[in-house]
Write a protein that binds this ligand. Structure first.
Ligand code: SAM
Length: 316
């Protein structure tokens, strides 16, 4: 469906839960747990995806919080995969609970895997995430490649003075593996992100590495700008939402585990789908249609703006 600024909205990021096993420094370090009772049921998520698909959404990303905390995740993937119009289902995960589950997710219809990892040093990783195990992430990368959840993408949020000394180690992961390592600019979506001195503009990382060669995007409208080292199997992407606003090409909306629809990550406007979920499909489509038509032109990251929810509560 075309929004009020002529953008074709095809992509839904669906947050299955606000709960997370980790406490990443830039994400939810200052948050407590969200009570589970506020989460939608699998049936409600599937109804929402069906309504979105009827409005032209063809790509779905399941995220959170930590989506693998939902025991019904395989059922949600399978039922969403069966919806006419849904062509792609991706998962964003911290991979701490992935071991042995990738084949069942793939069989249910998952097509792609994004794994978050912000340090390749096991002690630093544990510190940054509040107890995460790097070993599990490395296993998850191999298991996801093995079962064909390709391309496997690794997300690393770059924080000055914290992990900006590991950029080349991350790039080195692409030498033998057909993966995409993506460096994400820290966004003002939590206490750490509100400190601009912690942000490392992508251009700074790219300019310091003339051996990175630009490569064509994997698909039109992708948020990352991609590079490769000659002879390496994988690629390296930079997502520069703050320094290079790509809102004019934004094709996504977000729906959260409490049933709120947020048309723009960097704008606090939200609308509840709960009344329409009670009323039926027509009402649901109508409220989603109106929200898409009213999607803001762009985020407010550069305006000293503050989010009312951090990323783990919105869905990254
Ligand atoms: N638990 C899952 C995970 O760890 O991937 C999914 C949720 S997490 C909120 C999704 C993504 O949001 C992660 O890749 C994380 O790095 C990113 N993220 C969270 N806070 C961010 C911030 N302030 N700036 C940029 N990216 C952020």
């Amino acid at each position: 469906m075309i929004d009020g600024y002529g953008r074709n909205i095809r992509y839904l990021r669906l947050s299955l839960t606000e709960r997370c096993t980790l406490k990443c420094a830039y994400c939810r370090a200052d948050e407590g747990l969200c009570p589970k009772k506020r989460e939608l049921t699998a049936d409600q998520f599937v109804k929402i995806v069906r309504a979105c698909a009827s409005l032209g959404i063809n790509k779905l990303r399941l995220t959170g919080g930590e989506p693998l905390l939902r025991r019904d995740i395989v059922q949600i993937v399978a039922e969403c995969a069966a919806i006419e119009g849904i062509e792609e289902i991706a998962l964003t995960t911290n991979a701490q609970q992935l071991d042995g589950r990738a084949p069942a997710l793939k069989k249910a219809g998952l097509t792609r895997m994004n794994i978050s990892v912000d340090s390749l040093n096991p002690d630093k990783f544990a510190r940054l995430t509040g107890g995460g195990e790097l070993r599990r992430v490395m296993q998850a990368i191999d298991q996801s490649i093995e079962c064909g959840l390709l391309p496997v993408k690794l997300n690393a949020v770059v924080v000055r003075g914290v992990n900006d000394d590991e950029i080349d180690d991350f790039i080195e992961l692409t030498r033998e593996r057909p993966i995409e390592v993506r460096f994400i600019e820290l966004m003002p979506l939590g206490k750490l992100g509100e400190d601009p001195s912690k942000r490392v503009p992508s251009a700074e990382l790219i300019d310091a590495r003339p051996w990175l060669h630009p490569v064509s995007p994997s698909y039109i409208g992708q948020p990352s700008t991609d590079y490769q080292v000659d002879g390496y199997k994988g690629r390296v992407g930079f997502i520069s939402a703050v320094s290079h606003k790509f809102c004019a090409d934004c094709n996504r909306i977000r729906i959260m585990s409490d049933g709120m629809l947020r048309p723009c990550l960097g704008d606090n406007g939200e609308v509840s789908l709960l009344p329409a979920l009670e009323q039926g499909m027509d009402a649901l489509e109508q409220v989603i249609r109106t929200a898409i038509l009213n999607k803001p032109a762009g985020h407010h990251f550069e305006e000293n703006w503050k989010t009312l929810r951090n990323m783990s509560r919105i869905g990254g």
